[in-house]
Design a protein. Sequence first.
Length: 344
Amino acid sequence: MSVTLSRRTGPTARAAALCAAVALAATACTSGSAEPDAEGGGDWTPVTVEHAHGSTEITSEPERIVTVGWSDEAALLELGIVPVGMAASTYAGDEEGYLPWDLEKIEELGGEKPELINTDDGLPVEEIAALEPDLILGVQSGMEENEYEQLSGVAPTIAYLDQPWMTPWQDEVRTIGEAVGRTDEAEKAVADTEEYLDGLVEEHPEFADATFAAGTLMPESGELGFYINGDPRNALLEQMGLTPAPFLEDVEAEENAFYGTMSQENAEDIDADVLVMWFNSEEEQKSLEDSAVFGEVEAVKNGGFIGYTDRAASMAISSPNPLSIPWVMDDVAEDLSAAVEGEA
């Protein structure tokens, strides 16, 4: 089944309530900083954040924040702070590189659009330094140690927590909340988003009995790529109540990779009830669907296959966060339900 998700011009009623609640929790918003609340008086307690490349001490309240992780800017926006610079989404963003849920939140907060930084070929230290940041966030990134060391010479820098690109969205929000002195707002953002997901799970008890696999077609090799357990996509689908398919345990990934590959000749080993795959184009999707071997996959034969070509939807799920989750998951839940019932 080929699916193109509708792009909402605004969040659903439930998502709107979620965003409003977090917005009320934030004191105020400007580009990179917020006004102190009346009781705090602007006092700042130094914090130390542990991450994969060591620890980072933040000794004063950040006022100019640059985000270089995939969804770090969304977590920061949900806390009521607009960064001065952020990673451009060259894959899924608009013609400039902004993602729709980020733009909605920036408009809601009344902030200015952050400067965009192209991170496709690594982190451009000089470009980041030119923004004069006092905090650099790469919590959902693959920041290498030498990049961390260079950026730390510019401003306090926080890298990914354990594995590149595989920081759970809840930990991402909490870590960023700690770094900017908004731990209470971060906990609320996590709780409200999890409550939203729990509501979807309650609406779809059929998910509890289904297994899934999520992947893509590797355009150069023609192999099937499957996201491994721990990847944010898989973690989100697990949070929806589905169970990773047994064959994923045998999918081997290279060091620091979030996916492993499988030859199309071995597609018969895919033992998932629901197969979710993302494609760069409709032509790419058709090339796989026309494959006789792929047509013999149980999920494909049984109406459990979902194919997405909408890049914004792909990014919303690939790097989930409190902004993108309500933006996309109502539609995804309906697609998953149809797949579980064999009607995708």
